[in-house]
Design a protein around this ligand. Sequence first.
Ligand SMILES: C[S@@+](CC[C@H](N)C(=O)[O-])C[C@H]1O[C@@H](n2cnc3c(N)ncnc32)[C@H](O)[C@@H]1O
Length: 297
Amino acid sequence: MVYHVPVMPDEVIKFLNLKPGQLIVDATMGTGGHSEMILERITPKGRLIGIDRDKDSLEICRRRLERFTGTFQLVHGNFAQVDVILKDLKIKKIDGILFDLGISTFQLKDKDRGFSFLEEGPLDMRMDRTSYFSAYDLVNNLKEKEISDLLWSFGEERWHNRIARIIVEERERHPITTTAQLANIAARSVPVRYRHSHYKIHPATRTFQAVRIAVNRELEILEGALNKGIEFLKIKGRICVISFHSLEDRIAKHTFKKAQAEGLINILTPKPLTPAQLEVESNPSSRSSKFRAAEKI
Ligand SMILES: C[S@@+](CC[C@H](N)C(=O)[O-])C[C@H]1O[C@@H](n2cnc3c(N)ncnc32)[C@H](O)[C@@H]1O
């Protein structure tokens, strides 16, 4: 089992402006790295609500944070419903909320979850394993045009048409059931002359990102969820968002700008912060992260 190394920890602590006794929501618990740091600073009187759509991750958190038992509550759910979750817990206002988007190393490294193109596993990619629609369903059932469109809009994949065409040709012969099959299709679709020069990243990176985003409807729910988070903040309460690709960061940026224009928040990071060189060296998966924070007014 691999814990996820929390990204930009110093920035999270600084911008959440943590104090003993606060009520903080971690909307993306993962394996609890950020939550542990938060609990260390707000307990014994403070309280943390931890949300994740991945039940297995919450189980890990429960064990990892045992010493804080009684000061946190874990909720299996989608942060798109953070308002409903908080109302059910009879919570009216919170001091801070953190969104650390995407998937965790724990999910990525478990080959049975099907998130990684580097290891063979079932074509799954559901963050919430109790949901019905998986990468298998998407890749084997969507129309060629739909696949092509989503590879472009969620992966900005230059070869989206070719990849979609080869997926459809391949699945006519036999269903595409594994991550290795999909990774091979993506690799084969990139013209040979581009394989090394254009793609500094693995040629399946963007395809996997796009399929994962589509399966989990990651972008559609983000703006609404951030607005709900803002709505629940007390005056001077803080919202922090860590994103991992430009599509997510764009949504965070626009949502914050709109909320600021409406007089709801002050943006604390006019430009997104990025991890320090030292952090990137010790935790290379942090390299593409972008951090934005705002304060309720
Ligand atoms: C990058 S990880 C968070 C890591 C965490 N901060 C830590 O320190 O371990 C993102 C987590 O958010 C969860 N997640 C992503 N989208 C979600 C959503 N819409 N609702 C709830 N959880 C979500 C994923 O299942 C994953 O566990």
